[in-house]
Design a binder for this molecule. Structure first.
Ligand code: TMP
Ligand code: ASP
Length: 236
């Protein structure tokens, strides 16, 4: 497998073509942004941690029946994944109110939701990733009703698997963001990353934040939080 030209550079990752048209290489960066790129910084070691944490969780999810884009970890920061066209949606799964939901509905952070909440945002930085519903998604042709049924089913399954897995590590899964892709043959698979950048992780006992909110909110101890998550998940 040969790393070839860069196809795309996002805020936290670069994507490279390979000599296999069905595979691309993802390269994780230490760059961090928040508030749609308004706040910028670096989190030392983040790229390697997010790469390893994502792959660890993707493997667990595959084993539990959720198809993912994961193929092979190549190095500390680089992973081979299936080439997909990304469904242009961020799927947000919430168990406990925090962040934008707390703000929008006036719910104190930490309020348990009586039922898991799914939200969809249209991936468009210029528009600020606006929240949309299934009518918008169908009308705009971003995904079919059948694809959305599958995406919702997989998202709830990811929530069940990760919530139980993290509970044993004394981590509460507050909320998280998923992205899905479509392979050349039209199969929907889980794509992108699952990391402290894209999840809210609280220590179950102390409720200490162990995720990117430490960067977003200038709470300090950002690197320590990322390391703590890697240590609890992977023992190092
Ligand atoms: P929110 O409360 O700001 O809407 O975030 C909900 C979850 O989604 C939280 O775990 C962080 C994650 N998230 C992303 O991964 N990327 C984003 O651009 C945003 C806004 C949130
Ligand atoms: N997607 C957001 C941004 O770029 C990051 C976040 O808040 O997680 O700026």
């Amino acid at each position: 497998m040969k790393k070839m030209e860069q196809m795309y550079e996002g805020k936290a990752k670069k994507v490279f073509a390979t000599d296999d048209p069905g595979l691309v290489l993802v390269d994780y960066k230490d760059d961090a942004t928040a508030f749609n790129g308004l706040k910028k910084g670096t989190i030392a070691g983040k790229g390697a941690i997010n790469n390893r944490v994502t792959n660890h969780l993707m493997k667990l999810l595959e084993k539990e029946g959720v198809p993912t884009h994961f193929v092979e970890e190549l190095s500390d920061r680089e992973t081979l994944v299936r080439r997909v066209s990304i469904v242009p949606l961020e799927v947000i799964v919430r168990n406990i109110a925090a962040g934008s939901l707390s703000k929008r509905l006036g719910l104190p952070e930490g309020t348990k939701l009586s039922k898991t909440v799914l939200e969809f945002c249209y991936k468009d930085d210029e528009l600020g990733d606006p929240m949309v519903n299934r009518y918008h998604i169908a009308a705009m042709g971003w995904a079919t009703e059948e694809e959305m049924d599958l995406i919702c089913r997989y998202s709830l399954k990811v929530n069940d698997v990760l919530t139980a897995y993290l509970r044993d590590l004394n981590i509460e899964l507050i909320d998280f963001k998923l992205e899905f892709g479509k392979t050349a043959d039209g199969t929907i698979v889980l794509a992108d990353e699952i990391s402290p950048d894209t999840c809210r992780f609280w220590d179950s006992t102390t409720h200490e934040k162990l995720d990117k909110d430490r960067f977003r909110r200038d709470l300090g101890g950002v690197e320590d939080a990322y390391h703590e998550i890697m240590k609890r998940l992977m023992g190092e």
